[in-house]
Design a protein around this ligand. Structure first.
Ligand SMILES: Nc1ncnc2c1ncn2[C@@H]1O[C@H](COP(=O)(O)OP(=O)(O)OP(=O)(O)O)[C@@H](O)[C@H]1O
Ligand SMILES: [Mg+2]
Length: 766
């Protein structure tokens, strides 16, 4: 049976009563409700649930949307107590005139105020925020006692005090409020009420299968797609029949603590809140973390002793880890950031209303079962502010920062840019750099595309990688950097450190990094160097490949001027936000005010894009275009045929294909041919050799299941080997037989790389 309840003129969500296993289930369908479906977190939700409990009796309550919250019998009992109490106050008309004072002794003008107070406590607050009702009642009793003390006998009436005392006693006679009272006495200080509600109404949030079967009659089956663990937490991924996104369900150890442990946990948090680390210790999070955990362990042991609770060392350690996570750490996010299958995490404004969602590398966009609270967000912001030394306020509403030791870049926006308040985006970097063979393997680029780009890098071209946010520009540029010959010096300039410079140094590249200030959200007294100044310095550092992380403001002028006069003289690469070669031109010339003639110093624009295949919601990143910027045009490259596509994405074949017909119009290859002395035929042979070599690695990797073969620590030596073989042929025969070089190289890969990896795999017993 489905009921609708009218409250104050509007209908309160629909609810259903079901008997199941001898228990009465009260089920709320919260899909489409504007409030969060949580009794502890949302006052409107609490109000609705209590209101319904005034009408019906239940043993269990289920709030179901995508996930469901199941409130157990104890919790439902608490809510029913409140519901009954409010009905009782109503029937007793406790706010009526005779309960408010004695009109013979007292001034009646006091009664209005008293009436409001009693209605507020016994009616409004009781339903919306019962803990606040109780606290207000305590304060009112105290104040009234205080007031009476100062009056002479003739004017003293205890009628109102009795009413308040009656209210207070009625509340305290319930199990719920006596529990609250006990908790408050132990805690000494009134904690944030949401925390208190959570401690009483903590529920396990479950993917809604059992409930939805109960609730929606139709079997809405969730299908388990994957299951794995991340540290102490476990993750399950489900697909939902009526949702386009998958569900990412994380089970955190702190969600299933016993009440005693929960108490120790909150008490420890309270005790240790006084020794929060300052700015300096925050900058070395990893070390200070250990230090704090030791302090927490001691506190937990003390508290457990006081409470006569015996905890094993392991339990103490687990609890202290949780406390650390919520005090010096990043809370739930910390666990999520450890799941490296996640590529992005988003917390939209207003925080607390919608669950966090993420992009999973295997399952695309997923909704999680995590609600982040505003106070958690605030604490996150203050940590980031302290660590980055950058401001974040109305004048600087954007903050970009790399979280130390977590390989994650965080972007925060606030008011006035984000009118609904703070919003976060986290980008989780891959632990090792992407390589072109990996991109071939996951179909981001075709072997031919990879071969062409690798060749163009070798031919010292200038390249811009463009695409929408998250399309993989930075990753692609990182992979292209690995194609630069190891004897070249590479200068990398970035404001947020994302490119794989340290890794490249480790495997023998000569990389110099320049970190610049963020173009937005930069503080006045910052000691960081502006991108344009850094670039001028970089150019003075002499002959090097030059990589600019993201070109977004005035440094574009310096960069292009350098390219134009040939000061860079080497590979020059950068990423720019855009969606085509034309949009790059538009952005660079019209927004960043680079003269068109300078823009022509760009040889190649590579465009990446997330593609949605027909009928599928899943987005796949693809390189969709490789375009040459020709030099014979003046004002508008599109109209004057200045943009020559060399490769284009064919959606039917899901492949980036060479546009053979266009190649004859290319100026770039003629230029390369003139400079290198290679014939056009030789150029294409060289490109094909590179394409085939990369494709060969992918085939081997898949045939022998050795993913490491595509990691940079293998692909870079393999690349070096190919170049050496080519060099050797040149020395011996005066020209390169590309297919011969390839044959020799394949042999080498099998002999030295594949054998090693296969042996390693055997040893690990895989
Ligand atoms: N081909 C790919 N396949 C799967 N994941 C990818 C691929 N390319 C990039 N990624 C992942 O996608 C995320 C975004 O990549 P990246 O930072 O390179 O994008 P971007 O275009 O530079 O983004 P932004 O516009 O924010 O600078 C990263 O987590 C990265 O590891
Ligand atoms: Mg980027």
């Amino acid at each position: 049976m489905v009921f609708f309840l009218k409250i104050g003129g509007f209908e309160v969500g629909n609810y259903t009563l079901k008997e199941s296993g001898g228990k009465k289930h009260l089920l709320f369908d919260c899909r489409g409700c504007v409030y969060s479906s949580s009794v502890s977190d949302d006052r409107a939700c609490r109000f609705h649930v209590i209101k319904v409990l005034q009408e019906v009796e239940a043993d269990l309550i289920v709030l179901a949307e995508v996930y469901e919250r199941v409130y157990n019998e104890k919790q439902v009992f608490f809510l029913s107590e409140i519901a009954r109490l409010s009905l009782r106050f109503e029937s007793e008309n406790i706010w009526s005139y005779e309960h408010l004072g004695d009109e013979k002794k007292e001034d009646e003008s006091l009664f209005g105020e008293r009436h409001n107070s009693v209605v507020r406590i016994a009616k409004d607050l009781l339903l919306f925020d019962p803990i606040a009702a109780y606290l207000e009642c305590i304060v009112a009793v105290k104040e009234e006692k205080q007031r009476l003390l100062q009056l002479d006998e003739s004017k003293k009436s205890e009628v109102y005090l009795n009413t308040l005392n009656y209210l207070k006693k009625s509340l305290e006679d319930t199990e719920f409020f006596s529990g609250i009272k006990a908790m408050l006495l132990k805690l000494k200080r009134v904690p944030e009420s949401i925390g208190l509600y959570r401690s009483f109404f903590e529920v396990q949030v479950k993917p809604s299968f059992i409930g939805s079967r109960l609730l929606f009659e139709r079997t809405e089956k969730l299908e388990l797609l994957d299951e794995y663990s991340v540290g102490a937490a476990s993750v399950q991924i489900y697909s939902h029949p009526s949702k386009t996104e998958n569900l990412y369900f994380i089970n955190l150890p702190e969600y299933t603590l016993s009440p005693e442990k929960y108490f120790i946990l909150s008490k420890t948090k309270e005790v240790v809140s006084s020794y929060r680390p300052g700015r300096t210790s925050l900058s070395s999070v990893a070390q200070s973390r250990k230090y704090f955990e030791r302090i927490y362990q001691a506190t937990i042991r003390d508290l457990a002793k006081q409470q006569n609770l015996s905890l094993t060392t392991e339990e103490v350690n687990d609890l202290s880890e949780i406390v650390a996570r919520y005090t010096v750490g990043y809370g739930v996010l910390e666990i999520l950031l450890r799941d490296r299958k996640i590529t992005d995490l988003y917390l939209d404004a207003p925080i607390g209303l919608k669950p966090l969602y993420l992009v999973h590398s295997d399952f695309g966009q997923c909704q999680t079962n995590i609600l982040y609270s505003e106070s958690e967000a605030e604490s996150m912001i203050s940590k980031i502010r302290a660590m980055s030394g950058r401001p974040f306020d109305e004048a600087h509403p954007v903050l970009d920062f790399d979280l130390p030791a977590l390989d994650t870049r965080i972007a925060v926006i606030g008011e006035p840019l984000s009118p609904d308040g703070i919003a976060f985006a986290f980008r989780l970097h891959k632990m090792t750099p992407w390589t072109l063979p990996q991109f071939i393997d996951n179909n981001y680029i075709s072997p031919m595309g990879a071969g062409l780009l690798s060749f163009l890098i070798d031919a010292q071209s200038t390249m811009i990688v463009t695409g929408s946010r998250g399309s993989g520009k930075t990753s692609l540029m990182g992979a292209l950097m690995l194609e630069i010959l190891q004897n070249q010096r590479i200068l990398v300039q970035e404001d947020t450190l994302e490119l794989p410079a340290p890794y490249m140094k480790d495997i023998g590249f000569n990389v110099q990094r320049l970190k610049t200030s963020a173009p937005i959200g930069r503080s006045e007294d910052s000691t960081e160097v502006s991108p344009a100044d850094a670039l001028r310095t970089a150019l003075r550092l002499g002959d090097s490949a030059l990589i600019v992380g993201e070109v977004r403001s005035t440094e574009a002028k310096v960069l292009y001027e350098a390219m134009r006069v040939g000061a860079a003289g080497n590979v020059v690469m950068g990423t720019i936000h855009g969606d085509s070669a034309y949009s790059v031109w538009d952005r660079v010339v019209n927004d960043l005010e680079v003269p068109t003639t300078s823009f022509k110093a760009t040889d190649i624009v590579v465009v990446a894009r997330p593609i949605r295949f027909s009928g599928s919601m899943k987005r796949n990143r693809r390189v969709v275009q490789i375009t040459e910027i020709k030099k014979q045009w003046n004002d508008d490259p599109l109209r004057e045929g200045g943009l020559l596509d060399l490769m284009n994405y064919n959606a039917k074949k899901d492949s980036l294909e060479l546009l053979e017909d266009n190649l004859k119009d290319s100026d770039l290859f003629t230029k390369i041919s003139d400079l290198s002395g290679l014939s056009l035929k030789q150029i294409w042979e060289s490109i094909r050799m590179r394409a085939e070599s990369k494709d060969f690695l992918v085939e081997l990797k898949n045939e022998f299941s050795v993913p490491d073969l595509l990691e940079a620590s293998y692909t870079v030596p393999a690349n070096n080997k190919l170049m050496l073989l080519q060099e050797k042929q040149l020395e011996e025969h005066g020209s390169v037989d590309y297919s011969e070089a390839l044959v020799q190289w394949k042999q080498w890969v099998k002999e030295s790389q594949l054998k090693k990896l296969v042996a390693l795999k055997k040893r690990k017993g895989e």
